[in-house]
Each structure stands twice: as C-alpha cells, then as structure tokens.
Design a protein around this ligand. Structure first.
Ligand SMILES: *Cc1c(COP(=O)(O)O)cnc(C)c1O
Length: 347
C-alpha cells in the first residue's frame, strides 16, 4: 500500500469515532449518515480547530440535511444531459466524465450528494469503452473534464489508462482534472503521479479550496508538485454560508491561492441541491464579496462569480447590474441567448 492509501484507510466513517474526539450527541446525526454517509480523511479531520468551524461545517453531518427543502436531487439536469452513463455533454466542445463515484472526504454541500453513488455503476473499463465510442462519434468535443466523485482516488495505472485512451482520440486536445485531493488528501499528490499527468499535456487541473484554513504546508507542497510538472492550476470555490460568505475570508483565500501558484477560476453560487439549503446565500451577498475584491487585490486573484442555471442551461457570470435592476427574480441569459428566470434567496 502506498502512503496515501494507508491514510485513506484510516478515514473517519463512523459517528462513534467522531464522538471519541468531540463532545457531541450522535443520535440526531444517525439518520443523516444513513442517507448521506460520513467520510473524512485523518488529514482533513485534523484541520478542525473547534466544533462549527469552516472545516467542521464542510465535512460533519448536520440534521438540517434532512429537512424538507423543495430543492432538487439533480438541479442541473445532469442525468438528462448524459447520452451515456457517466458522461455529461452540455456544451458543444467539452464533456464531463464521472470517472469515480467515491471521495476521500464527503463534502456536505456536494452538488452530486444525492446521486454520486449511482452516477457510476459500471466497471471503469466498460465505462471508458462506451465514452470512447461516444467521443469518436462526436467530433465537436475537444476537451474532456475528469470529475466524479474524486478522480484522483483512482490508481496511477487507472489514470494512465484513462488519460492515454482519451488522448488517442484525435479531436480531444485538452484534458482537465477537477479534484479536491490537494485539500483533503494531499499525500495523494506524489512525484510519480505528477510524472504520469505530465505525459498528457496540455492538461489543466482545477482544485477546490473553500477557506484559508485549508491552505497548509501539506496542501501547498502538493500544489507545488503539480505546478512543477507544468500543470496550470485553477481553483473553484463554492460560496457557502457560515464558511466563506465573508469578504475578508474570501480576500485572504484568493490571495493565498495565488501564492500557491493557483489562479482563482470560479466562485460558484450554490446549486439548489436537496439537502444543502443551510449553505445557501443570496446573490447579493456574493456580489458584495466580489465588490470587495475588485481593485483591492491583484486581478490575477479574482475569480468569476458564476451561477449554473437550473435545468442544465449552462453557467453564466453574475454581474452587479443584473441583481440591482431585477431584485428578487433575475432574468439571466445563457451562452445560447436563452433567458432563464432565477429566484434569489432572501438576504
Ligand atoms: C462546468 C461544466 C463544464 C465546464 O465549464 P467551463 O465554463 O469550461 O469551466 C463542462 N460541462 C459541464 C456539464 C459543466 O457542468
């Protein structure tokens, strides 16, 4: 076993272990973990400083996950945009491949929290064959984005197989990996892995830091290994209530990311996902934060604030004029010129 596999095997998956470390009542959490399992790597767990802090809120089950919220299990209609299982084709030139259905740490706000275990049921090689067949027949696709689950939970050999197979399709020019591994299991980023990734350039990697507390010596080292392999690093942050919905926190996060050679890419407004209502903020709150970044910190450190339109209509950047002009119901125009109405949360 490699070091990271040993670490993964020590992950906290039971409320009993949680209760040994923190004085909490496990009873209200039992039904929550039956529905949405608990899993935290030892590394990420050790970043918790106190109950209710930003690491805690992102990874520890909360009874509010089971409240009736009228939100959707699949708000972006990913299943409707999956011509073959595990492949999401929404935009003309790029696809998302759900290469893994597990994660080292289950994020409580996950956009696929209701579906992840059924996203990917076939053995990886069978899926890969059906994806290749689809991609070969769809020449407009030039980029493949590996997502999941956590793509970097695959073994080095599995990753090598996927990447080289995709690269053999002539019109697939760009590879992208979306991963939270540098945040939750930085041990996984080994020199050996970086050498495999490096063989498949142009390959981009977007990681997922949500709070400055996640930027540590270990995560910085993991990102340095990737950067040194010539992999351009971006970051996607999700705007989360009580975690990072504060201009000063966001400013610190974005500035620190830049020192790690990570270019902030998107700040995502929360998707309306069943079981995540307690993480939702208003669009105004997101815009207020953006307003406190622009001009005050390097333009290199400023992400786009994005909303993924319900129903899979596509991502659009949110601009101040839209919210000021329209109040609670926004009319947002996607890349195809379709206008979609979006109801904002209370401030
Ligand atoms: C977000 C997303 C992409 C990538 O969009 P970019 O704006 O290029 O980052 C591609 N496909 C799907 C289905 C997505 O959700």
């Amino acid at each position: 076993m490699e070091l990271w596999e040993e670490s993964l095997a020590q992950s906290i998956t039971s409320l009993e272990t949680l209760v040994e470390r923190f004085p909490i009542d496990p009873i209200p959490l039992r039904p929550v973990v039956n529905r949405y399992p608990l899993r935290i790597t030892p590394y990420y767990f050790n970043l918790i400083r106190e109950i209710g802090d930003p690491i805690w809120c992102q990874s520890i089950p909360d009874p509010r996950e089971l409240e009736t919220d009228h939100l959707s299990e699949d708000p972006l209609n990913e299943e409707g945009n999956s011509p073959v299982p595990g492949l999401i084709h929404r935009y003309p030139d790029r696809v998302v491949l759900l290469v893994s259905s597990s994660c080292p740490t289950f994020c409580r706000f996950c956009t696929r929290k209701n579906r992840i275990f059924r996203c990917h049921s076939l053995p990886l090689n069978d899926s890969l064959q059906s994806w290749v067949k689809y991609l070969e027949a769809n020449q407009s696709v030039q980029e493949a984005i590996l997502s999941g689950g956590e793509p970097l939970l695959l073994t080095d050999d599995e990753l090598e197989t996927i990447l080289s197979t995709l690269k053999m399709i002539p019109h697939i020019q760009i590879l992208r990996i979306n991963t939270r591994i540098p945040v939750t299991l930085p041990e996984r980023i080994t020199l050996r892995l970086s050498k495999i990734l490096k063989r498949h350039h142009p390959l981009f990697l977007n990681t997922h830091f949500n709070h400055p507390q996640e930027i540590t010596k270990e995560s910085a080292e993991a990102c340095a290994i990737l950067s040194d392999a010539g992999i351009p690093l971006g970051n996607q942050t999700v705007l989360l209530k009580k975690v990072n919905d504060d201009p000063e926190v966001m400013k610190e996060l974005m500035k620190k990311l830049l020192t790690l050679r990570i270019r902030p890419y998107y700040l995502h407004h929360m998707d309306p996902v069943k079981g995540t209502k307690h993480f939702r903020t208003s669009l105004n709150q997101g815009l207020k934060i953006m307003d406190r970044l622009r001009g005050y910190i390097s333009g290199l450190a400023i992400p786009y604030y994005m909303i993924d339109l319900p129903g899979g209509k596509g991502k659009v950047p949110i601009l101040p004029e839209q919210v000021e002009r329209n109040g609670k119901t926004l009319r947002l125009r996607n890349y195809r010129g379709e206008v979609v109405e979006y109801l904002d949360e209370e401030d």
